[in-house]
Design a protein around this ligand. Structure first.
Ligand SMILES: [Zn+2]
Length: 177
């Protein structure tokens, strides 16, 4: 089961990041520590928890169904609703792995140049992965609308940002896929 989960997540990240076979092997070599309890999953660059170097911690809550929450990143276009989206534990593990493997790539773990450690890319990858493997979960995401600027003292309240703005970001993300 775990091997299948890891393979699917690695397949996706390699395709998404256009990694070579050699880069894929480097990504596959990043050790993974599994934890069956609620809490954050993380990519660790330093040697802790008995690992000699970088590794990934994947936390999946107990129970067969757990709640998926994404970061709220305007450039990702979509976000989970405040209460999260219930997903099967195995899907949650795959999503968490896609996220942490993306961090590993950002850190140059597989030879690609290091880049900004950003939650935009990790979140966008999670969402794209879910769109492909679980469209019934993907439809429960909501478009992000840019927060409206606070109206300045003495000026007329600005018009709220149209729903279209959020939708067009989402559409563009969809078309890029
Ligand atoms: Zn992250």
């Amino acid at each position: 089961m775990k091997r299948q989960i890891v393979r699917e997540a690695i397949d996706f990240v390699c395709e998404q990041e256009a990694l070579s076979a050699e880069q894929r092997r480097a990504l596959e070599a990043v050790p993974i520590r599994w934890r069956r309890r609620r809490g954050a999953s993380r990519f660790y660059l330093r040697a802790v928890h008995g690992f000699a170097g970088p590794h990934i911690l994947i936390s999946v809550g107990r129970g067969s169904v757990v709640r998926w929450h994404t970061y709220r990143r305007v450039r990702a276009g979509l976000v989970t609703p405040p209460e999260g989206v219930p997903v099967a534990a195995a899907l949650h593990a795959r999503i968490a792995l896609v996220h942490e493997l993306t961090h590993a790539v950002q850190h140059g773990m597989c030879g690609t140049p290091r880049r900004r450690y950003s939650e935009v890319e990790t979140t966008a990858n999670e969402i794209e992965f879910v769109r492909r493997v679980a469209p019934e979960v993907h439809v429960r995401l909501v478009p992000i609308e840019k927060r409206r600027a606070k109206p300045r003292e003495g000026t007329r309240e600005s018009r709220p940002v149209s729903r279209w703005a959020g939708l067009s970001v989402w559409l563009r993300a969809l078309l890029r896929a």
